[in-house]
Design a protein around this ligand. Structure first.
Ligand code: ARG
Length: 463
């Protein structure tokens, strides 16, 4: 049996009178990165073949042979015995060639009514769908770990900052819950993106559809797609779903990076709010005293590459006329690296959250500096009838006095305080404590320990 594939110029040999130059071969080949799609490629091919058989486009015997061949190929790939060949350009042609080696003509019938254009679009969607499901699971684990931290520290007081200046007392639990919210929205974005990823391009063939009596819904159901793509040109050419995925991934990394920045600052000996377990840190080759928060630093750095991949895909798409263009082959490396980076980062952060030890005394001391309860004093005056702007001004004078005396607002005597407003009475001292300050912010979304506990409960029920 002579196969087209065994001739000098691979899949399209008869049309060409000379072989592709080695340089071009290497330039156009994608097999060394798109082989990662092998298992989803086989899955897609099996669903396509089953439909071809059901519609009597290929015989039962051919279908059985295709299943047998693909089963063997899948095992060869899983056990690293598959011989990937650059000459065969990409994952699709490598697998198809091997199938034909194993099962002969049945293998050559697999590509009936299909093109690599709808095939690769299907593979990418299956791959991203799997990545979304993995990332969603990791986001859940990470949030559960953050909830544990929040619960242990629902009462632990720290300074809340704006402009990196001490603003008002908050609890560490409340601070952790801010990240739970962010990663919660990230999970929502993944779920939303999944809806648009989970549609089947197969059947679009090269760009216009196929002359065979195919059943696209049958293939969609077999591959657990929610629906089929309803325009063949769009189905093979757009990668907006991949861009959307990368945008959602970039936001995850942005949130990770913000948290990393805080962990690095908090672990600085000059701040000393937390320690991170040794297994997540490294030392210095020259300075024996050093313990560096490498994991958060690297995560902050890796955010740059994920953001970069988003821009790469947007740029890749923007100049393409309909329908498929080879440009799209360039979608894979940014996409794969995005998935690897986000998956590894979330996995390590979910672990590292358990290795964060909080130093409540250092947080408390920091909250006692910087007049964190100044707003509480202003609110107190407002409740006694003073307009807020006047209260703000009176407290500003009080803070100025404290700065020159080098003391906290709570350390002024009642007489000292009354010099700023005669509305101030003995009940002020409860207001000026850190505990009084956080407990008073007792409404949905506030930092009061009771609210923190309620929020933890809500999240646990949801997760
Ligand atoms: N390797 C190609 C890709 O990644 C597969 C589709 C190629 N189609 C084509 N007509 N050259 O997009």
């Amino acid at each position: 049996m002579t196969s087209q594939f065994t001739k000098k110029n691979e899949a399209w040999s008869a049309r060409f009178s000379e072989p592709v130059s080695d340089l071009v071969k290497r330039y156009t080949a994608s097999v060394f990165f798109d082989k990662r799609l092998a298992q989803v490629d086989i899955q897609g091919s099996l669903a396509h073949a089953e439909m071809l058989c059901f519609k009597e486009i290929i015989s039962q015997a051919d279908y059985a042979e295709i299943v047998r061949g693909m089963t063997q190929i899948s095992a060869e790939i899983s056990s690293n015995r598959f011989n990937w060949q650059l000459d065969l350009e990409d994952v699709h042609l490598n697998i198809e060639k091997r199938l034909t080696e194993i099962v002969g003509d049945a293998g050559k019938r697999l590509h009936t009514g299909r093109s690599r254009n709808d095939q690769v679009a299907t593979d990418i969607r299956l791959y991203i769908r799997g990545a979304i499901d993995d990332i969603t699971g990791l986001l859940r684990q990470f949030r559960l770990a953050l909830l544990d931290l929040a619960e242990q520290h629902a009462d632990t007081i720290m300074p809340g900052f704006t402009h990196m200046q001490v603003a008002q007392p908050i609890t560490f639990g409340h601070h952790m819950l801010a990240y739970v919210e962010m990663f919660g929205r990230d999970a929502e974005r993944m779920a939303d993106c999944r809806k648009r990823v989970n549609r089947l391009p197969l059947g679009a063939a090269a760009l216009a559809g196929t002359t065979f009596p195919i059943d696209r819904e049958r293939v969609a159901a077999a591959l657990q797609f929610d629906a089929v793509c309803t325009n063949s040109l769009d189905a093979v050419s757009d990668r907006d779903f991949a861009i959307e995925f990368c945008a959602a991934a970039a936001l995850i990394m942005t949130h990770i990076s913000r948290m990393s920045e805080e962990l690095v600052i908090w672990m600085s000996p000059r701040i000393g709010f937390i320690d991170i377990a040794d297994r997540f840190c490294t030392g210095s080759s020259i300075m024996p005293q050093k313990k560096n928060p490498d994991v958060p630093e690297l995560a902050r750095g890796k955010t740059g590459r994920v953001n970069g991949h988003l821009i790469a895909l947007l740029t890749l798409m923007k100049g393409q006329p309909l329908a498929y263009n080879k440009d799209n082959q360039e979608d894979k490396e940014p996409l794969f690296d995005t998935v690897d980076t986000v998956v590894d980062t979330l996995r390590i952060f979910a672990e590292m959250a358990k290795g964060i030890s909080v130093k409540p005394e250092a947080m408390r001391q920091a909250a006692l500096q910087g007049y964190a309860t100044a707003t509480d004093l202003a609110d107190y005056l407002v409740k006694k009838g003073l307009p807020f702007r006047d209260a703000h001004e009176a407290v500003a004078h009080a803070v100025k006095t404290c700065v020159s005396k080098g003391c906290d607002l709570s350390e002024l005597s009642l007489d000292d305080l009354r010099a700023f407003s005669s509305l101030i009475e003995n009940d002020i001292f409860a207001v000026l404590t850190l505990e009084g300050s956080v407990a008073a912010r007792d409404h949905l979304g506030g930092t009061a320990p009771a609210q923190v506990r309620a929020a933890i409960h809500r999240w646990r029920t949801e997760l």
